[in-house]
Design a protein around this ligand. Sequence first.
Ligand code: HEM
Length: 526
Amino acid sequence: MAGISYPLLLLSHSHPQLILVWIYRVTFHPLAKYPGPWLAKVSDFYGAYHNVMGRLHTETEVSHRRYGPIVRQGPNKLVFNSVTALHDIYYSKDGVQKSYGYVTMIPAPGAFNVFTAVDKDIHRFKRKVLNQGFSDQTIRAFEPTMLHHIDIFVRKLMRAPNYNDAADGWSPPYNMTACSRHLQYDVMGEFGFGQSFELQIKTDNHFLIDAVTATTRKAGAYVQYPKLQYLQLDKLLYRKGLWMREKYLQLMGRLVRERLSAEKDSQNDLFSFLVDAKDPETGKGFTESELWAESRFLLIAGADTSSTGLTAAFFYLTAYPECYAKLVSEIRTTFTSGSEIRTGPKLASCHYLRACIDEMMRMSPPISGTLWREVCPGGIDLDNNHIPQGYDIGVNPYAVHHNEELYPDSYTYKPERWIVSDDNPREAVERARFAFSPFSLGTRACAGRNMAYMELMDTLARTVWYTDFKRAEGPLGQISAGEEGAREGRHRVNEFQLEEHITCHHDGPYVQFRGRKGFGEELFKL
Ligand code: HEM
């Protein structure tokens, strides 16, 4: 903190009126009675700084332990850590709307997408149209395409059907961040535009990942401190990112143009669906620029999040061998072949697999930042506090998922907490479910939730069917793990380390694979 107090000291000397504003903020301001870090009380710079450092989520959790269930995290911001606040905020119909921070993400005035639309009528229309593309029927029709890419993923990890015959059979260590990102971007390319970006098989479009990373880094800071956008810091901080962003926009622009000029119904992708989709009540559809805005958003929303989830699953399964063994037993006794693994009663019966996924998203939510909501006229009552109009409020998913009252022993990966058993009564599972919010809740909750579960279930089950895997040994195997003695929140060796910038950035874990003897031929013949 000392590092950031010097610039503030300088600023206060050159702008003495700032001192008066800060004194007001810590004394007479309507939120002055709430505890929190001193810098957060006087400036949104606190949120932006920790977001740039990728640790606002861990700082929020630490703050709750230090200051209690309500923390002031900006001059006009309160973050809550209770299940009642979670439900009261995100299920509220008229009490809140998305905060102004979301507006900083729009590329031009008025160019909202379903995620950035603050106005509830604009959002309702976009969501209604989009929901048609996320129906169970559409997603199920897409599953064979997804499975094609998942099979490429597993084949790459196995290398050859009988590689296990060689030496000890283990592959070199693979960086699961890269492998998962490549898979999920290819899947989202197909889902959105009917074309894979081919990141799994070629390097040409690998810049996409860095371009999206640069975009979300910048957006993460601006959401916390909207005034930063006027300083044009991206030109200074993300120069390489700007160049890649340009390439990214060109690629996406080309895909949109190609899809618009292709024969109608030539593809079974979300784009062809959205081109024709109409609001059932008004008959209104998306304009070309709206289609463009939605496509760009959906790539990030779908690919970055699911790939973080998949990577985290590999981290936890290789950190907890007993959980890995249980999952292996479930998958290998439920199915009779790898190609049988797809949505259906057998996959739905894999309760341990689903529990491993939910526990991963509890431990390391792929969207770990607080989803700020602005209080609407009339204010809102939360945990016996009346919060007036205009203030930003939220519950941090990472912090609430590590609230010890809701999730005892919260930093231990325990898929069993999601399964009713003699040691874990139904009420305990229901209590855990009630506060579980990786996809958020209410009208602004994730539209792609079912698709995300399908991707994660199919990918993990097929990987476990065809391969054995383990964490790389030595220092390589520690990449992405917390470090003893590191800053509070970064010190747990069995916790996957996320850098939160709206979506999450990460590196590793490095994992080695070995094909199961006699099972790979089927996969390599496909
Ligand atoms: C594990 C994977 C995923 C997680 C954890 C996740 C999480 C979330 C969260 C927390 C939100 C709310 C954001 C906010 O309030 O600001 C959201 C919104 C959204 N997500 Fe996801 N998501 C995932 C995968 C996907 C996928 C695969 C898609 C699409 C293919 C998708 C599409 C969307 C859309 C369209 C919204 C905006 C909803 C609205 O405002 O109406 N997500 N997601």
